[in-house]
Every structure is written in structure tokens, then in C-alpha cells.
Design a protein around this ligand. Structure first.
Ligand SMILES: [Zn+2]
Length: 292
């Protein structure tokens, strides 16, 4: 089962999250039929979004990462809730690029553009933060977002290891955020730890769990594990949401669907679930559309 730990250093110098998202990235990969580089890009973004969601204050809030860039993967979007559950998709799930230095070329597949974080708080206006993509490797871009948008120095690592059969062998990451008052000694000790650490996917495939990774990452520090979460790949689509999407097309568009096709088939972009609307259902929606 996937797991994320929320950790705080005993003297309040930093907080940290350590995540194993192997299952949920695997689920995303099989829902969308992702190529290895697409699985790495979407999987890293889902992992970051899952961690980010844990800071939401209530269950009706969401946070979304949207990457709008010129690489072959196209638009990448993920959405998460306050339990760390996430969903996402990208424009081109089967992009294939040559390896770069023996690794999946995530930055080449993402390209240049912007990374936007949208925090939806129910009825209030959403909070939107946008930064220019720095590397396209996702982790550094998330760290840059926290620095620019929240003035929080952060260390972010994200990884997805794709097996030869395209299944997800391991996925996860960590984020350390310095809190005001963190001294130089703390920073240099953390840097030394991070520098000597293997990648997250290496540690996961070496049978370290999130507790074991935390122990390595935070070697020499006293810390408390405040909470443990079990995030999942989870969609919240429903007939009701799809009806609203159809109604929002407007009565003219709905009328032409009724006249030309006599039915509508909608597919959820996040989970590929299909919704069929027959003629009488569409006529009912048309009445609602006219009433708006
Ligand atoms: Zn769905």
C-alpha cells in the first residue's frame, strides 16, 4: 500500500514528507497506457501533488498542478485532495524519446513553459501561483515554485522507475521545507544527507519503506512522525458532473447533438470511465439548459 509520512524536526527547524506512491502511479499508468517517459513525468507530478494536498485545510478543497509547456507530452494536469488522493492526465501518453545519459528524458518530454498551482477553496476565489519551468524534471520546478510563491526553501526529490514490461517498479519522493530560524548547521547537515543518499526509487527497490527512507534522509536529526497517510489514485467523476458539463455547452449545442447524434458518450479524462446519455436524457438536460 502507498504511504506518505508527515515529519517535523524536534526543534522546529524543518518539516518533511516522505512518499511511496508506487501503486497510485501504477494505476495512473495503466488507466492511461503511459509510455515510460510519460509515466515518469505524470508520476512525478502526481507524487508532488499528493504531498501538496496534505496541506489542504478541509476535504472540500483541492490543489492542482498544471504544466503548460512546449514538449511532446503537451499539457499535464493533476488534482489532489487533503488525504493525498490524486488523479491526472496528460495530452500525449505514448511519447517516446531516446534516453538521455541513460535516463528517461523527462525534461525533454516536458519542454519549456509554465508550472501553475491552483488551490481551490470551495466558494472562495482560487489561489493561483505560476512559475516558469526551470528544468522540466518536475522536482526542481516544484522546489522553485515553493521558493518564489511561498518564500519557502525546499528540497524536493521525485522518482518513477519503469520496469521492462512498462509496469511501475517503484515511485515516490520526498520534500524537506526549512522553517524560519533553521540555522546554517541544519542546512549543511541536510545537504550532506541528501548528497550521499541514493535515489528514492533505488531505496524503494532495496526494500526500504517510507520510515526507512526517512531515517536515512534525516540521519543525525531528532524528528517526530506526525501522521501517516495512504494516498490513492482516485477520481470523483459522476453522472451529475457529466450532466453539468453537457448543460454548460448551452442549449444550441445540446440541440444540435440531439438532432445530429441522438445520443452522447462522454469519457472522463482522469479515469476513462464512460458515460452514455440517450436522447430522452439529453432532452431533459436541454430543458435545464434553457432554464439557466
Ligand atoms: Zn473519472
Amino acid at each position: 500500500m502507498d504511504s506518505i509520512l508527515r515529519i517535523t524536526e524536534k526543534n522546529g527547524a524543518f518539516r518533511a514528507f516522505v512518499a511511496d506512491t508506487t501503486q497510485l502511479v501504477g494505476q495512473a499508468s495503466s488507466v492511461h497506457g503511459l509510455s515510460p517517459v510519460a509515466a515518469a513525468a505524470l508520476g512525478r507530478t502526481l507524487t508532488a501533488n499528493s504531498i501538496m494536498g496534505l496541506d489542504l485545510k478541509s476535504f472540500d478543497e483541492t490543489v492542482s498542478i498544471q504544466i503548460c509547456a512546449d514538449g511532446p507530452l503537451g499539457y499535464i494536469v493533476t488534482v489532489g485532495d487533503n488525504d493525498g488522493n490524486v488523479r491526472g492526465y496528460l495530452d500525449n501518453p505514448i511519447v517516446d524519446l531516446p534516453l538521455k545519459n541513460g535516463k528517461l528524458d523527462v525534461s525533454g518530454a516536458v519542454g519549456q513553459g509554465t508550472l501553475t498551482v491552483v488551490h481551490n477553496m470551495g466558494m472562495r476565489d482560487p489561489y493561483v501561483g505560476r512559475v516558469k519551468i526551470q528544468t522540466g524534471e518536475i522536482a526542481q520546478d516544484i522546489a522553485y515554485y515553493y521558493m518564489i510563491s511561498q518564500q519557502t526553501p525546499s528540497v524536493v526529490a521525485l522518482g518513477v522507475l519503469v520496469d521492462v514490461d512498462y509496469s511501475i517498479k517503484a515511485a515516490g519522493g520526498y520534500m524537506i521545507q526549512l522553517l524560519p530560524g533553521a540555522g546554517d548547521d541544519v542546512i549543511s547537515k541536510l545537504e550532506a544527507n541528501v548528497y550521499t543518499l541514493e535515489t528514492v526509487t533505488e531505496m524503494l527497490t532495496n526494500n526500504l519503506d517510507v520510515y526507512g527512507i526517512a531515517k536515512r534522509l534525516l540521519l543525525g536529526f531528532d524528528y517526530d512522525v506526525l501522521q501517516s497517510y495512504s494516498p490513492q489514485y482516485k477520481c470523483n467523476c459522476s453522472v451529475d458532473r457529466m450532466e453539468r458539463a453537457l448543460i454548460s455547452l448551452g442549449s444550441q449545442q445540446l440541440q444540435s447533438i440531439i438532432d445530429e447524434d441522438g445520443k452522447a458518450e462522454l469519457s472522463c479524462q482522469f479515469c476513462k470511465r464512460k458515460f452514455l446519455f440517450d436522447k430522452s436524457h439529453l432532452i431533459n438536460l436541454l430543458e435545464s439548459a434553457k432554464g439557466v
